[in-house]
Design a protein around this ligand. Structure first.
Ligand SMILES: [Fe+2]
Ligand SMILES: [Fe+2]
Length: 187
């Protein structure tokens, strides 16, 4: 499938705000892929599909996790955590995507994980810094992304975890693994 086919497929599955966000992630991911030598077409496809499950029914997503034996740690978590792995499941089963790097980039776009590939980091970072994001500190993250992908990844996961702590939300264990991995590489 080409870009316009994927865009047409996702459009009815999300509201306008999320669609505009997705276009922003796509453009940002393409730029980062060109800058950091990743496959541009893979970045485009992963970015377009990354939030495909964002508006999926929560009970359906839980059912997908259980019936398909996805990571057992997902059970009990909400849509914010489930939409990544379930999005990857949709990409594989509905869109016949077999490229594991694309699937992992969708799967881990919210949580990160240890030992991320270049494409995974690109989608994670692009999701946070795309032009429609306006949170305090986003400019600094954009500057890091212009400088160095690993530094940007470290800054983004640190920002996510700090946000979760500040707002008294639980942290998915895989994000802690991602953070520890990033900090380990910093020293
Ligand atoms: Fe997402
Ligand atoms: Fe997103």
């Amino acid at each position: 499938m080409e870009r316009d086919d994927y865009l047409a497929a996702i459009r009815p599955r999300m509201n306008e705000k999320r669609y505009i966000h997705t276009i922003g992630v796509m453009q940002t991911a393409i730029n980062l892929a060109e800058k950091y030598g990743a496959n541009v077409k893979s970045a485009e496809t992963a970015a377009i599909l990354h939030d495909i499950a964002k508006f999926s029914d929560i009970d359906w997503m839980k059912q997908i996790v259980i019936e398909n034996g996805l990571d057992h740690r997902l059970v009990g978590w909400g849509s914010e955590i489930l939409h990544g792995p379930v999005g990857a499941w949709i990409a594989e089963n509905e869109f016949s995507i077999k490229d594991q790097d694309i699937l992992n980039s969708i799967r881990f776009h919210t949580t990160g994980r240890a030992n991320m590939s270049t494409l995974e980091k690109i989608i994670f970072v692009a999701d946070m810094i795309e032009p429609n994001r306006t949170f305090t500190g986003v400019e600094k993250l954009r500057d890091k992304a212009n400088e160095d992908l690993d530094k940007a990844m470290q800054a983004c996961i640190r920002h996510s975890i700090q946000f979760l702590v500040k707002t008294k939300q639980p942290i998915y264990p895989v994000s802690i693994e991602c953070y520890n991995d990033c900090v380990g590489k910093e020293q």
